[in-house]
Design a protein around this ligand. Structure first.
Ligand SMILES: *Cc1c(COP(=O)(O)O)cnc(C)c1O
Length: 379
């Protein structure tokens, strides 16, 4: 087979997004304004959620969510040990303690058993991660701990569903990401969602320095001498209207992107099912995967080569892959701060060492998928 170059991920951006940027550019209104508002409304509508607020990233969205829930010093927040470092960092930003919880394989999501073990009277919230686009088992969490707040890390979960509901509706607040590795992108960017009116009002203000009214309202108002009042310490987590304009184009493409990736995910699953050492994602009943990535597990007890050797050999063939994500407890900052050992979270460690995301994105064609499949079968 002729050599191909296949990226792990590649956003679909082009003429439409370029055209959309012109309006805010030429109007001169480039910070949070009408485009951001329209993007928020469309995002909320598509996810069936009452409120959505654009922010600068999923990370600042998680920070904002914890702040809006009043989580702070002395509070414990449970976080899965296998996730992007930002999930745990957000807890530290508000002065609370991230308490790591092991995960399950092959879902790579929070372990309900370990969640139960880690609950204490100090537990105020949990941040279940819908990793790679597969929702965490939120109903199980609610059943075990009805009193604690739930902030969904929905970075990978735009368009994902769980028991008939979209991600973004499953807890008290959710935070999505529009980083280019995610399903839709605005360069950098995020969106927080909630169905709670009081939390919504608080988040809307907190993302804009705590101002009682937005800049757009102020500029349109009749009393130029009035500056807004500030009843709380907020942040500048505002998305630009340039990004809002791009987001508005991208959000209309979300369902189509997912449908296409779903088709190829099924193709991978069917074509790779005879490779016993290569465990493809399993979708439990009642879940709709958002396919942010196709993260698999290599069973090194029976695989012909180690995960790292396989990744190297695929790279030589022009196929880029990545570990699913990292085990937070083994990152130097967390390891040193808390004295963690690898085996403190055995499944997170196993996922860290033996997970592999193979290319699945909306710029790939059938020949690319066949090339990846042939490469894996050649081992
Ligand atoms: C990408 C990602 C984040 C961070 O998103 P940003 O928008 O880059 O801040 C957080 N959590 C998870 C699980 C992610 O995959």
């Amino acid at each position: 087979m002729e050599k191909r170059n296949i990226y792990i991920s590649q956003p679909v951006l082009g003429e439409e997004e370029w055209q959309a940027c012109k309006e805010p550019l030429f109007s001169g209104w480039v910070t949070q304004g009408p485009k951001v508002k329209a993007f928020e409304q469309r995002f909320a509508q598509i996810h069936g959620v009452k409120h959505a607020f654009a922010v600068t990233s999923c990370t600042t969205g998680l920070h904002l969510a914890l702040e809006a829930l009043g989580i702070g010093a002395g509070d414990d927040v449970l976080v899965p040990a296998f996730t992007w470092v930002a999930t745990a960092n957000a807890v530290l930003y508000v002065g609370a303690n991230p308490i790591l919880v092991d995960i399950e394989i092959p879902s790579f999501n929070i372990s309900i058993e370990d969640f139960k073990r880690k609950l204490t009277p100090k537990t105020k919230a949990v941040i279940p991660v819908h990793l790679f686009g597969l929702c965490a088992d939120i109903d199980a969490i609610k059943k075990i701990a009805p009193g604690i707040k739930i902030v969904e890390d929905a970075a990978c979960a735009a368009g994902s569903m769980y028991n008939g509901k979209y991600a973004g509706n499953l807890g008290d607040i959710a935070s999505f990401s529009f980083h280019p590795r995610k399903s839709i992108t605005t360069g950098e960017g995020g969106m927080v969602t909630t169905n709670d009116d009081a939390i919504a009002e608080k988040m809307d203000k907190l993302r804009n320095h705590g101002a009682e009214i937005s800049e757009e309202q102020r500029h349109r108002g009749a009393k130029p001498y009035i500056l807004p009042d500030f009843n709380m310490m907020g942040f500048n987590f505002r998305m630009t209207d340039l990004q809002g304009a791009v987001g508005l184009v991208q959000i209309e493409k979300l369902q189509g992107f997912i449908e296409e990736r779903e088709k190829w995910a099924q193709y991978y699953t069917d074509e790779l099912k005879d490779l016993k050492w290569f465990q493809t994602p399993v979708i439990p009943k009642g879940y709709k995967h958002g396919w942010q990535s196709f993260a698999c597990f290599i069973d090194e007890k029976i695989s012909p080569l180690s995960r790292n050797e396989i990744m190297e050999k695929l790279q030589e063939k022009g196929i880029s892959t990545r570990p699913g994500t990292h085990a937070v407890h083994m990152l130097n900052f967390y390891k040193d701060k808390y004295g963690f050992k690898a085996q403190d979270f055995p499944n997170a460690q196993l996922a860290n060492d033996q997970s592999i995301a193979i290319p699945l994105h909306n710029r790939m064609v059938k020949e690319d998928y066949d090339y990846v499949i042939a490469a894996l079968k050649s081992f």
